[in-house]
Design a protein around this ligand. Structure first.
Ligand code: ADP
Ligand code: MG
Length: 255
């Protein structure tokens, strides 16, 4: 569950104040796959950084799985991120001096994950890179590098996965593959997935599409796909019972 209550972001540039995000309210149930669309500069990346706790809002509060991240100190936030949040960027952010396998393994070893080696190999298999573990990022295609980044993001079984234009640097075929993989992992692991894309065809495969423009939510709709999956997903993905643009009452708390 992700909840944003009256969240805004204003930055100062010189003597001017620039509103990047106007106050917004958002509630995303566990397991929902949300696509965030909107023109360049509309605030999509800012929204994701706020949800990830990589940046602080100017007003409002943000809750991830019931915890108020806006009240947390940096070390508490780092712990929560490590335990609950995965992040995938447009430009893969792999460590060039480590192999594909090591890029997945090393963060797990740092977190002292049990059986990290077996898990790293299983994740490589899961993203279809069984044979490519010993290759360095420079030896892999863009699509393959993004698969490694996805495997790494899934290594802590995050409750929440945030992906900022993960297909943005890929051609349409590779982009569609990455998208399918994210959908598969979202379904199998019941991960709440918040994904920024400017591809409306891909966005329509999400359960819900949120459109941003000039720092405001201008549209928030469930797709037909949400209905298709409803029967299998109601246990952890209740239908929206409120207008997402209105403040939420405390009775609606689910955790
Ligand atoms: P998007 O991801 O939708 O392209 P961003 O969230 O990156 O949009 O940025 C939204 C707007 O806020 C852009 O106009 C960007 O230039 C501006 N912006 C983002 N971060 C800052 C910052 N730290 N200082 C000043 N302007 C910023
Ligand atoms: Mg962006």
């Amino acid at each position: 569950m992700i909840r944003l209550n009256n969240v805004s972001k204003i930055v100062r540039s010189g003597s001017e104040e620039l509103t990047i995000l106007h106050p917004l309210y958002l509630s995303i149930p566990v397991g929902q796959f949300v696509a965030v669309v909107g023109p360049s500069g509309s605030g999509k990346s800012t929204l994701l950084s706020l949800v990830a706790g990589l940046d602080y809002p100017t007003t409002g509060d943000i809750r991830l799985a019931g915890e108020y991240i806006t009240l947390m100190k940096e070390d508490e936030l780092a712990r929560l991120r490590g335990a609950k949040v995965g992040f995938i960027f447009q430009s893969f952010h792999l460590i060039p001096s480590l192999t594909a396998y090591e890029n997945i393994l090393v963060p797990m070893e740092i977190r002292k994950v049990p059986k990290a080696r077996e898990r790293a190999q299983a994740l490589l298999d899961e993203v279809g890179l069984h044979e490519r573990g010993h290759h360095y990022p420079s030896q892999l295609s863009g699509g393959e590098q993004q698969r490694v980044a996805i495997a790494r993001a899934f290594s802590n079984e995050p409750a929440i996965l945030l992906a900022d234009e993960p297909t943005g640097n890929l051609d349409s075929k590779n982009g569609a593959h990455i998208f399918d993989l994210l959908i598969k992992l979202n379904r199998e692991h019941a991960t709440t997935l918040l994904l920024v894309t400017h591809d409306h065809v891909l966005a329509d495969q999400a359960d819900r599409v949120i459109s941003l423009n000039e720092g405001r939510i201008v549209e928030d709709r469930e797709t037909r796909r949400a209905g298709e999956w409803e029967s299998g997903r109601t246990a952890f993905c209740p239908p929206l019972s409120h207008s997402p643009t209105l403040p939420l009452s405390e009775e609606e708390e689910v955790a």
